[in-house]
Ligand binder design. Structure first.
Ligand SMILES: [Zn+2]
Length: 199
């Protein structure tokens, strides 16, 4: 396995599903494997990595990359899986340390925020990854391949919204761009902020 291997893309692209498949395959191969996910990800609870399809793999919730390294130092797995990498502070440093010690790494993560900007740590991760697999979703408007996560206008403006899937939808580039332009026009008129005030 090339390491780090990264499955990335928008929400609903099946990247966590791909991560789980890789972890299950390693388990069948009797490779000592451990998975981590962010403690702040309350989507389905934090004790498992879970895909939208319902597939799951046991995981240890962590807040910081140092917690990953502490566990690995103690239990010495051959393969480490990380779900929602972008949400874990210090995860990029943990990946560099794991690679130095020869531990294989497989990761699932959003690659961009809902303004189409790469998460900084994910940019670094894709630079050092040996294998990057883009997992497109299906555009909510036109059914083309969707590489962007679009945030609907009235959603809260925090860069990371946990457990708020209803505010988001996958979009292809033309539909994403059109939506962003429409939001900009609304901000220009002040209506976006008026709506937020009412909510
Ligand atoms: Zn579209």
């Amino acid at each position: 396995m090339r390491s780090p291997t990264v499955y990335c893309g928008p929400m609903w692209g099946g990247k966590t599903e791909a991560l789980i498949s890789a972890l299950v395959r390693a388990r069948i191969q009797e490779i000592a494997t451990v998975a981590f996910n962010p403690a702040m990800n309350a989507r389905y609870g934090t004790q498992d990595v879970r895909a939208h399809s319902g597939a799951s793999f046991p995981a240890i919730p962590v807040r910081h990359g140092d917690e990953i390294l502490a566990h690995v130092a103690k239990h010495e797995p051959q393969l480490v899986g990380i779900d929602e990498f972008f949400m874990i502070e210090g995860a990029i440093d943990a990946v560099r340390t794991l690679r130095r010690r020869g531990t294989k790494i497989v990761i699932a993560t959003l690659d961009m925020d809902s303004d189409g900007r790469a998460w900084e740590s994910v940019g670094d991760l894709l630079g050092i990854a040996e294998d990057v697999v883009k997992c497109p979703a299906v555009c909510a408007r036109c059914k083309a391949d969707a590489y962007f996560t679009f945030r609907r206008g009235p959603a809260p403006q925090d860069r990371v919204l946990v457990g708020a899937n209803e505010f988001y939808e996958p979009r292809c580039w033309p539909c994403f761009d059109e939506g962003q332009q429409a939001k900009s026009a609304q901000i220009g008129r002040g209506s976006l902020f008026e709506r937020r005030g009412e909510g």
